[in-house]
Ligand binder design. Structure first.
Ligand code: C5P
Length: 218
């Protein structure tokens, strides 16, 4: 297609969401937060008491997933579930159902449909490798699990939530293992991705670095 797509992949807590928002502002492109689709599926599975190993049940839900995006909100059956799907618990369920190839296949076209003019910034795990492999600009962000856990704890503290760094580090590592270890669409940089290690960069530096790389690539 002739719609330009910028893909941003990487593990959780690496700053993809913030970078994606920054780049959509700069370019005027649409935004695909693919993790929110997997989180909405997880939310719907729990809500409808669909077992996490009930593949036909999960596929059926995925095919007609009643999720919509409105500005920065995530709506499920019209209800604003943004904060409900942002929990570690929902993330854990999301990464469990995301392992199932039939579930991923059922969500594929839905994600591709976000590519509309003037362009798309797509944030996820397999944007550059599976969903938009022809994208001319692929970014891949990394940082150690410890650095990402520290960032997450800071974020939670700012929201007045007390967090256990050891527990969060362990959650992050478990999710990384599921995301990188799965057979279908594992988390990894595309061959032509630009890898940015964000361990020693703050988010403004990440945004500036990504932006200058985009200018270089045209
Ligand atoms: O990015 P976010 O943390 O919201 O994603 C939640 C989970 O959804 C991830 O841990 C991953 O297992 C799954 N996911 C995926 N493919 C994507 C986006 C998210 O498998 N493109």
């Amino acid at each position: 297609s002739n719609v330009p797509v910028i893909t941003i992949d990487g593990p959780s807590g690496v700053g993809k969401g913030t970078l994606a928002q920054y780049l959509t502002c700069k370019t005027g492109f649409h935004l695909l937060d693919s993790g929110a689709i997997y989180r909405a599926l997880a939310f719907g599975a729990v809500k409808n008491a669909i077992a996490l190993d009930d593949v036909p049940g999960l596929v059926k839900l995925a095919e007609t997933l009643p999720v919509e995006f409105k500005a920065t909100s995530i709506l499920y059956e019209g209800e604003d579930v943004t904060s409900k799907v942002r929990t570690e618990e929902v993330a854990g369920v999301a990464s469990t159902v995301a392992v199932i190839p039939e579930v991923r296949a059922a969500l594929l076209q839905r994600q591709k449909d976000f590519a509309e003019l003037p362009g798309l910034v797509a944030d996820g795990r397999d944007m550059g490798t599976v969903v938009f492999p022809a994208s001319p600009v692929k970014l891949y962000l990394t940082a150690s699990a410890e650095v990402r856990a520290e960032r997450r704890v800071k974020q939670l503290k700012n929201q007045g939530i007390d967090a256990n760094i050891a527990q969060i580090t362990q959650d992050i590592k478990e999710r990384d293992e599921r995301d990188t270890g799965r057979k279908t669409a594992p988390l990894r940089p595309a061959e032509d991705a630009i890898v940015i290690d964000t361990s020693d960069l703050d988010i403004q530096e990440v945004c500036r670095k990504a932006e200058s790389l985009l200018w270089e690539r045209g």
